[in-house]
Design a protein around this ligand. Structure first.
Ligand code: NAD
Length: 508
């Protein structure tokens, strides 16, 4: 983790938010926060020590006591007030988000909006938390189940959706009556802190939602503390896998979502103009830094491939990469200098391996922003499955076209890939779409929809190396993850009803 700026330098500190107040951090360790559009250091984020984690968890236990004592409907009202406040502060939040992440302003609003939708869903918790009831399971015996909060849950979230993913996790966990400790990405930490401040303003008790920044030391301290009952993670696959294993060893429930390599299969009967538009948005929007970005297009048949490449080429060459807050930018910079170098390294590796570079996004210079972390839209044709640009997640604005001779070859390609987050098929044929949706080994499927992120009341989760754990995020799975079930079996002995006398007692 970078600690480049000397501690004496005067850049603003993005604080922790614990027990209803900003805390500057006492560990003496910090990480730099950049504005990717300019390449400049815009702030410093403290990295929490074990003692600071301990304090955040002590606060969360207090927060849990106060928050879980409210009935679910009251909690729901506070969540809705939180939604109102986020909407009232939308422009400020989206501006900061765009500056720290690099995505464009409208895209930053979308990041926040898709998070809000899950909080709106979560406000329906009174209905969603209802248990089951069976009368007369045996003679005079009733059985019912109730869902109770776990206590303190933690979320460790990635840089690429600094509002949406924290809101997905915190929204559901809080609605179920838990306290939530968020450990957001250290690369764009300001919006998570503002969201927690707004939760307090909405009426959440201090400690119900704490935000601590940190690296592996903070995450390990959270996972190992007995007060933490559940661990939710979203990020790259190696970290997802190791956190899932670590949480399992500690006896915690965990859901850990990892990386992706999402394919789009393009059938010969697809509307290719519409498909090309959809692919360009899905591959290059947010500079390809979306876990549901399309990074591989698989046209079926040589003629489909030739036509698709021609349509993609004319669109890709006109795309404008530029500063996040400039309206003319189709997409912004990538998140860091390291990310830019990694992506450009993959492009070089693709060329070296023999893929055909149709559009090259390396070496882009944005006037007035020469130090920004820009990579232009890059298109490869004739990529093959053994190439690193096909096997590995690039997480940048790079679209690889892999040509398949027929439908079965395209489907096999998707199913044999290590990752299984999202996938799309473009076709006019219902039978092909139905067969594909049934047989594809992937968690989320789009039919003529390039980025099939499920709506809040369905669940989000990938398969294979894209997800570890058995419950998805948000939707009813989310409520299950953040609650434990208690089952009560009841028999009452003969009571007052049988022994009661309805005659006016009279003295002898
Ligand atoms: P990352 O794995 O580097 O970091 C994610 C989180 O883990 C951050 O909070 C980070 O501070 C923390 N972390 C990093 N190293 C750690 C370590 N050794 N021990 C403990 N915690 C550690 O991921 P990122 O670069 O922030 O995000 C991009 C990745 O996230 C991509 O792979 C993308 O596909 C994935 N992602 C997946 C989904 C999904 O739902 N499957 C959604 C969004 C992003």
């Amino acid at each position: 983790m970078s600690e480049k700026t000397a501690p004496t330098e005067t850049v603003p500190v993005i604080p922790h938010f614990v027990h209803g107040e900003r805390r500057e951090g006492a560990s003496g360790r910090h990480s730099d926060v950049y504005h990717p559009a300019t390449g400049s250091v815009a702030g410093r984020v403290p990295l929490a020590s074990a003692e600071e984690i301990d304090a955040a968890l002590a606060s969360a236990e207090e927060g849990f006591a106060a928050w879980s004592a409210l009935n679910p409907q009251r909690r729901g009202r506070i969540l809705l007030r939180w939604v109102d406040l986020i909407n009232e502060n939308m422009d400020e939040l989206a501006t900061v988000l765009a500056q720290e992440h690099g995505k464009t302003f409208p895209d930053a609003k979308g990041d926040i909006q898709r998070g809000i939708e899950v909080v709106e869903f979560a406000a329906g918790a009174p209905h969603l938390l209802k248990g089951e009831f069976t009368a007369d399971a045996g003679t005079g015996i009733d059985v019912h189940s109730i869902r109770q909060p776990l206590g303190v849950a933690v979320g460790i979230t990635p840089f690429n959706f600094p509002a949406m993913i924290p809101l997905w996790k915190a929204g559901i966990a809080l609605a179920a009556g838990n306290a939530f400790v968020l450990k957001p990405s250290e690369r764009d930490p300001s919006v998570p802190v503002r969201l927690a401040e707004l939760a307090l303003e909405a009426g959440m008790p201090a400690g119900a939602l704490n935000v601590v920044h940190g690296d592996k030391a903070a995450v390990d301290a959270l996972i190992e503390d007995p007060r933490v009952k559940a661990v939710g993670f979203v990020g790259s696959t190696p970290i997802a896998q190791s956190i899932y294993a670590h949480a399992g060893r500690m006896g915690k429930r965990a859901q850990c979502f990892g990386g992706a390599k999402n394919h789009a299969v393009i059938m010969p009967d697809a509307d290719l103009e519409m498909t090309a538009d959809a692919l360009v948005g899905a591959a290059f929007g947010s500079a390809g830094e979306r876990c549901m970005a399309i990074s591989v297009a698989v046209p079926v048949g040589a003629e489909t491939a030739d036509r698709l490449i021609a349509l993609l080429r004319e669109r890709v060459k006109d795309l404008r990469v530029g500063p996040s807050l400039e309206a003319s930018s189709d997409f912004g910079p990538v998140v860091s200098k390291d990310a830019k170098e990694r992506i450009e390294g993959y492009i070089a590796a693709g060329v070296e391996a023999g893929a055909e570079l149709v559009e090259d996004g390396r070496g882009v210079v944005v006037e007035g922003h020469e130090d920004g972390f820009y990579v232009g839209a890059t298109l490869f044709d004739r990529v093959t499955p053994e190439m690193s640009i096909y096997r590995e997640e690039i997480f940048g604005p790079v679209l690889s076209v892999v040509r398949a001779k027929d439908y079965e070859e395209a489907l096999t390609l998707v199913n044999e890939h290590e990752f299984g987050n999202g996938v799309a098929i473009f076709t006019r044929d219902g039978d092909a779409a139905r067969d594909f949706s049934t047989r594809v080994d992937t968690g989320m499927v789009g039919v003529n929809v390039p980025i099939p992120v499920p709506i809040a009341y369905y669940t989000f989760g990938g398969w294979k190396a894209s997800g570890f754990g058995d419950l998805n995020q948000h939707g009813t799975d989310g409520l299950k993850f953040y609650t434990k079930t208690k089952t009560v079996t009841t028999r009452w002995p003969s009571g007052v009803r049988e022994g009661a006398s309805f005659v006016m007692p009279a003295g002898s």
